[in-house]
Design a protein around this ligand. Structure first.
Ligand code: SF4
Length: 56
């Protein structure tokens, strides 16, 4: 658990495998994140990615 993580109440996240995830709270600890896509023509939520993700 990353106890130094300061939950950003504006960024809810459930990706607990990410180094920036605040484990107790379901929030990201970064002040801002980059969202992108791996698709040429994204059509649904699954087409988008958090590009700020880092494996913990
Ligand atoms: S960087 Fe992205 S994946 Fe990681 S905790 Fe923040 S929002 Fe979630």
């Amino acid at each position: 658990m990353n106890k130094d993580c300061k939950p950003n109440q504006s960024i809810k996240c459930s990706v607990s495998n990410c180094a920036y995830h605040c484990q107790d709270a379901q929030y990201c600890g970064l002040p801002t994140i980059q969202i992108g896509t791996h698709e040429a023509n994204p059509t649904q939520a699954e087409c988008t990615d958090c590009q700020s993700f880092r494996m913990k």
